[in-house]
Write a protein that binds this ligand. Structure first.
Ligand code: CUA
Length: 351
């Protein structure tokens, strides 16, 4: 019996220590405090994520106290009233129909649940009811199998998988409001350090907002199973100072420079099925099924985060995307090596 209790105790301690150690790491108190995980829910840098974090810790602390009281009483009873040699085998006195006890264990949980409900409802309201200020940056987020399209209607910019937004200072907030739509199936937009998950549903527009107040790159992930490559539907949000953001906008608005040295690759691009799915400003290619490639090389990754955006990776990708991302909807183009090299030479000039 005691062995069983010891094992039970040990399990509670181990199960309890593991998340605590993880929190400590996230709070920068662990051994590797130099690096904050770029997608840690415990390191909020935007109001919606911060509000959710606060309510989550509040709920965890209340339920944690309840757990400690219940588990403590249970442990005490198991140890104190265990079977001993020489017991006479009689049952202890049974208590039925005690009004004070019935009253206490009905009202106390009801009151606790009510407080938790009120606090959660307040946070939902704070996060969802914020009106969009007229000068806020507005971005359309369109989920595709398996990548993200970002369109800035006020700026005339279209990009993919890497969302750039200005930092929002507490003194002069510049929040970004997102309209979320889907081109095919249900997805879910989730950047843990910036906000909670919001579903991206076909034929429906959902909205959310972020006001990141620390510059940096924050990683996100599609959070709704959407098919073969759901797990590789990654995204990153680049939060920049106002000056850096304005620079990025200015570069994105320029058409890519036409380089005569890569004319052959450009011709390969324009004469294959690339143009049916991809757009490049100034080439007549205006496909919408795949990512806009006008400023392809301004992005850090390709294939929605499947690989870093280097010439070698691009070549593997264009030769056959299924090598990197099995199930990807872009087909292998079946180009010979010369055309493939020329095409990749052209693609790396799209800045
Ligand atoms: Cu898109 Cu999962």
């Amino acid at each position: 019996m005691l062995g069983c209790v010891r094992r039970w105790f040990l399990t509670i301690i181990i199960v309890g220590i593991t998340p605590v150690a993880a929190f400590a790491e996230d709070w920068g108190m662990g051994a590797s405090n130099a690096k904050i995980p770029p997608s840690s829910t415990f390191q909020a840098v935007s109001t919606p994520a911060h509000e959710i974090n606060t309510v989550a810790f509040f709920v965890i602390s209340i339920t944690g106290v309840i757990f400690l009281i219940v588990a403590g009483l249970l442990t005490y009873s198991i140890v104190r009233f265990r079977t001993r040699a020489g017991d006479d085998g009689r049952e202890p006195p049974q208590v039925y129909g005690s009004n004070p006890i019935e009253f206490a264990w009905t009202t106390v949980p009801v009151l606790i649940s009510f407080v938790l409900f009120l606090i959660t409802a307040r946070v939902i309201y704070v996060v969802q009811a914020r009106p969009q200020p007229p000068d806020a940056l507005s971005v359309r987020v369109i989920g595709h199998q398996w990548w993200w399209e970002f369109r800035y209607p006020g700026l005339g910019i279209v990009t993919a998988n890497e969302l750039h937004v200005p930092v929002s200072e507490l003194a002069s907030p510049t929040p970004t409001f997102l309209d979320l739509e889907s081109a095919d199936v249900a997805h879910s937009f989730w950047v843990p350090r910036l906000a909670g998950k919001t579903d991206v549903i076909p034929n429906k527009k959902n909205t959310m907002w972020i006001d990141p107040h620390v510059p940096g790159t924050y990683l996100g992930q599609c959070a709704e199973f959407c098919g073969t490559e759901h797990a590789m539907m990654l995204l990153r949000v680049v939060v920049e100072s106002r000056a850096d953001f304005d620079n990025w906008v200015a570069t994105q608005k320029q058409p890519p420079r036409v380089d005569p040295a890569v004319a052959r690759g450009r011709q390969v691009f324009q004469s294959t099925a690339c143009v049916n799915c991809h757009a490049v400003q100034g080439t007549g290619a205006d496909g919408r099924f795949g990512p806009d490639l006008t400023h392809l090389m301004a992005r850090e990754t390709i294939g929605s985060g499947v690989a870093m955006n280097t010439r070698d990776h691009l070549r593997i990708w264009v030769a056959d995307p299924n090598v990197m991302k099995p199930g990807a909807l872009m087909p292998a183009m079946g180009l010979d090596n010369q055309d493939l090299d020329a095409l990749v030479d052209y693609l790396v000039t799209l800045r």
